[in-house]
Design a protein around this ligand. Structure first.
Ligand code: GYE
Length: 288
């Protein structure tokens, strides 16, 4: 298997990479692994090199949704099956890949929005929200934004007063939150598309003399260890889980695809959500 990974931008990604490497070993699959450092051109290069090396199957997590048709066509012409994992592509031609294994990001955004709606159901005042978006053009950024928007737009008191990409990293999350804090005197809620950006933002909030989780309520997505710890410590208020443990399912699907067996077009990961109390309970048994 040739696997073209997005990068090493977050705790989620680190856990995902480790799980894929361990699962390949356990399944007796020889893994060629590359890290694209969040650049589409690097991923395309990696996929082309896997085609040249005549691997049996290519799996990848597309950094952004668009612009994959040409390279996927090259794989198809070389008769090498492709499996999408974690993130989707927007190609119209779905015969370009065998299956897509990963989360429903729209659903994750909706869960984040629903928590907020429930939280403020008895209040009439405006709720000023800032949003830290994931990598521009990526499926999780597009879909987490859309799902959230869909749910909160039912009540006009919810106002997204600023929204910008923090590229799914802690450093960028901090930097963008600092700018948000400077230009917006009243921020009630931060919605960050992943834990890492939320954790960076917590540093910015504390730096500005405010209390994360109290002065500003924080919702994030992923539920990696450091996020769960911050949730248990009261600095984050709610986390929507997104599981990075896709390795075992990926290796199973890969074996079937290589044998020419039928696989479902879409395999959705099962996920939950965590409040502060639930995080305290879950933390000791979390694998990542
Ligand atoms: O939420 C974020 C990572 O594609 C689901 O990418 C993944 C996202 C994850 O950088 O932390």
């Amino acid at each position: 298997m040739g696997f073209a990974q997005v990068g090493a931008e977050s705790g989620w990604r680190t856990a995902n990479t480790k799980d894929i490497q361990e699962s390949a070993k356990a399944a007796g699959i020889e893994l060629k692994f590359s890290d694209a450092q969040q650049k589409q051109e690097n991923q395309i290069k990696a996929i082309r090199s896997y085609i040249q090396q005549k691997v049996d199957v290519i799996a990848f997590s597309p950094v952004v949704e668009s612009g994959w048709d040409t390279v996927l066509k090259e794989a198809q012409n070389a008769k090498i099956p492709v499996i999408l994992t974690d993130r989707a592509v927007d190609s119209k031609d779905t015969s370009l890949y065998k299956t897509f294994l990963g989360s429903d990001f729209v659903e994750e955004g909706k869960k984040a929005g629903q928590w907020l709606v429930d939280q403020y159901k008895d209040s009439k005042d405006d709720v000023n929200i800032v949003q830290l978006e994931g990598t521009t053009g990526s499926a999780p950024a597009n879909d987490r934004k859309a799902g959230f928007q869909q749910v909160i737009s039912a009540d006009p008191k919810f106002k997204i007063i600023a929204s910008q990409s923090g590229d799914f990293t802690r450093a960028k999350g901090k930097e963008v939150m600092e700018a948000f804090l400077k230009s917006n005197p009243k921020i009630d809620v931060l919605y960050a598309h992943n834990d890492d950006m939320g954790l960076g933002a917590i540093e910015a909030i504390e730096g500005a003399g405010k209390v994360p989780g109290k002065d500003i309520k924080i919702i994030t997505v992923d539920a990696v260890h450091d996020g769960m710890q911050a949730l248990a410590d009261g600095k984050i208020n709610f986390i929507v889980e997104c599981s990075p443990l896709l390795g075992t399912q990926l290796m199973d699907l890969a074996k079937k695809v290589v044998k020419g067996e039928q696989v479902p077009q879409r395999v959705v990961t099962e996920e939950t959500t965590f409040t502060q109390e639930q995080a305290k309970e879950a933390l000791p048994n979390r694998k990542y």
